[in-house]
Design a protein around this ligand. Structure first.
Ligand code: HEM
Length: 428
């Protein structure tokens, strides 16, 4: 097959001055030109916030993001990882281990890491293929589907659930609760839209959402079920003492459970949705991958490119613990700093032709998983496996994927995603 591997991502010149603090902006898709302008002209830009926010520094170039991310003593996660302003009490009540710095973070991360190592995760491949079966067969039978809703939304929680040990029948409910928490700025997913209604009474719950309490309670129930009974799943493993004899406290476990449901669900979903969007709109990518066997090396590079292309977690916040100079700007102690991973993944200084999808991109050191810092995604091996297997199994079942209506994007300045993707699937 001829080696035509490139496609170009839609760029909208109108978004060059887009307000990157506004959730509405991202409903039109990621404002690539605004971020390109910042990368070129003002790579460490001060951004004012409306609605009572103190403002923040937006770090948009690849190398700078890695620099900030690699200095957790100076750019701390322990004062919040989202831009939202929180009181000390709110922060303490809602904090997970992601909102801690080394060495506290290191100890807890080691406890959780046991369940997500590359080696352990690789053993789940047959299970993950099996889960794809029903969901993909149903979607292909329907022929015209919303690929995000019928495929990308259903797979990740089922997969994560089987791995950590929650029952299949709870997956849909967990997805809806995860959505209500993490997509708390989109009225399609929650009645408690963070910037539109008063969410004060939920300020002590994860993501300022009533769904946070439901997830806490569910996590507690799952923990109780395993207290005197090892169910042979990741949750049982995490509840065991580690090699040093340390055990997770109740609150540590509950918060981790809520974090997993929030972090492991929509990010993988939107990566799958973006990958299907690329497959539907670029027949050569479709054909090339369809003809590749499951163990062909092209699948490894394609998966990394799918993930770079999607970059669903747009930014995380840090707080400066001392003054720091970046591009002649003086970041002051206490300032909020947002590292924009998605922008870094499209930085021309790092990636050749970043707006082209390159199935064979060499040395694809994207930072979609927050690589380079202590918080590098714990679920990255699982996410990679899920995306690769889901796309492989989909391509085995279809001769063609056509997009039959415009895609719709999530209303969020935090998570980037295609929430509706109408397609026609022609079965193989
Ligand atoms: C394509 C899918 C995914 C993407 C793009 C993604 C992205 C990220 C990013 C950027 C971070 C860094 C956060 C920071 O710097 O503060 C992170 C952390 C994390 N992710 Fe993921 N993630 C994905 C899938 C998953 C899955 C499937 C899980 C399930 C277990 C997961 C669990 C976590 C956890 C627990 C952390 C916190 C790690 C720590 O603080 O040490 N993620 N993820």
């Amino acid at each position: 097959m001829e080696k035509i591997l490139k496609t170009v991502c839609p760029i909208n010149n109108d978004d060059i001055d887009a307000d990157i603090t506004s959730h509405d902006t991202f409903e039109k898709g990621f404002p690539h030109m605004a971020f390109k302008r910042m990368r070129d002209d003002d790579p460490c830009a001060w951004v004012d916030e409306k609605d009572g926010g103190k403002g923040f520094w937006a770090v948009t170039r690849y190398n700078d993001i890695r620099e900030v991310n690699g200095l957790p003593k100076i750019f701390s996660s322990a004062q919040g990882i989202r831009l939202e302003e929180q009181s000390k009490e709110e922060f303490e009540a809602r904090k997970t281990f992601q909102e801690t710095d080394p060495p506290i973070h290191t100890r807890q991360r080691m406890m959780f890491h046991r369940g997500f190592t590359r080696k352990l995760v690789s053993t789940y491949e047959p299970l993950i293929r099996e889960i794809c079966n029903d969901i993909l067969n149903d979607a292909v039978d329907l022929s015209e589907v919303d690929a995000t809703k019928e495929i990308a939304k259903k797979l990740p929680m089922r997969m994560l659930g089987r791995v950590v040990g929650t029952p299949d029948e709870d997956a849909e409910w967990l997805v809806s609760r995860g959505d209500a928490m993490i997509a708390n700025s989109d009225p399609d997913f929650t009645d408690h839209v963070i910037d539109k209604v008063d969410t004060d009474e939920y300020r002590f719950l994860p993501f300022r959402s009533p769904a946070g309490k439901e997830i806490y309670d569910y996590g507690e129930k799952q923990k109780k079920l395993r207290e005197n009974h090892n169910m042979g799943d990741v949750m049982s493993m995490l509840l065991q003492p580690d090699k040093q004899g340390d055990k997770l406290s109740d609150l540590e476990f509950k918060n981790f459970f809520a974090l997993m449901v929030a972090a492991g669900n929509d990010t993988t979903r939107y990566t799958m949705a973006s990958s299907m969007h690329a497959l539907a709109n670029n027949p050569y990518i479709f054909d090339y991958l369809k003809s590749a066997p499951d163990d062909a090396p092209i699948w490894l590079s394609a998966t990394e490119e799918f993930i770079r292309w999607a970059s669903p977690t747009m930014h995380f916040r840090r707080t400066a613990t001392e003054d720091y100079k970046l591009h002649n700007k003086k970041i002051k102690e206490g300032d909020k700093v947002a590292i924009w991973f998605t922008s870094g993944n499209y930085d021309e200084r790092k990636f050749s032709n970043p707006f082209s999808f390159d199935l064979e991109r060499e040395n694809n050191q994207h930072i979609a998983f927050g690589q380079g810092g202590p918080h590098t995604c714990l679920g990255m091996w699982l996410a990679r496996l899920e995306v690769r297997v889901a796309m492989q199994e989909l391509l085995k079942r279809v001769l063609k994927i056509e997009q039959i209506g415009p895609e719709k994007y999530l209303r969020s300045n935090f998570i980037r995603g295609i929430k509706n993707l109408p397609v026609r699937l022609t079965s193989a």
